[in-house]
Design a protein around this ligand. Sequence first.
Ligand SMILES: C[S@@+](CC[C@H](N)C(=O)[O-])C[C@H]1O[C@@H](n2cnc3c(N)ncnc32)[C@H](O)[C@@H]1O
Length: 237
Amino acid sequence: MSQNVESIRCAERESHLKTYTEFELFELGSWLSKPVPTVIKYTEGLKNKTSSTIRILDLGCGVGRNAIAIAKTLKGYNVNIECIDLLDFAIEKLLLNANKFSVEDKIIGAVSSIEEYDIKPNQYDMIVAVSTLEHVASKELFVRVLENIKSGLTHNGIACLVINSEVTEKDKATGKPMAPQFEVNYKTEELFDVLDKAFGDCDLLEKRVVEQKYQIPRGELVSDLKTSVVTCVFKKQ
Ligand SMILES: C[S@@+](CC[C@H](N)C(=O)[O-])C[C@H]1O[C@@H](n2cnc3c(N)ncnc32)[C@H](O)[C@@H]1O
């Protein structure tokens, strides 16, 4: 692992530890307060599936903001949601949350990096990756992960991807630029090209960019972060 990736992961671990410790899932006050609406929209569509078990993979699941909401949406259905995250304390809290919201029969948690996780082909009705693919270790691995996601989908399977691009960070106190703590930081247009290439033979169901600003703890500092958040949803043919 390069020194840069190592130091980003260290900073990310600290900032996630703070958020996952200070805020409860689905409580107001942080980004954990509600799931991503696009994820829930496509989860609703899975209710029409005829397969006996609905299989879902949530890459970089955190404490289950989307996975637990998916499980709640599919209450009464036979569903298996595999959730992976790099951080042990995220998976621990995910499993506690699964119990808290009575969906523990639907959630499987594993500590793993996305790049090392063995995504088996033709397995999943939906693969979700929200604000996490930009943290794989390199652009080369990013492309490989996209290929694995596509291959992991069943026929008509859905990839629901939310990815930060063109991220800039500044020290809130001084306005001084800081290195963005993202292993992969594509220009937005370049990211669209990479996604087009990987999912070119899939149906594009949604494609949009939303400009966002927020503050994020970076060690002793607070960073003013600007990002172009790309949402793309693909359906495998
Ligand atoms: C911004 S959080 C988003 C969590 C969740 N997807 C959500 O929307 O609530 C990013 C998560 O991705 C995880 N993560 C970052 N890089 C990862 C990697 N290479 N492999 C697996 N998980 C990773 C982090 O530990 C963190 O929990």
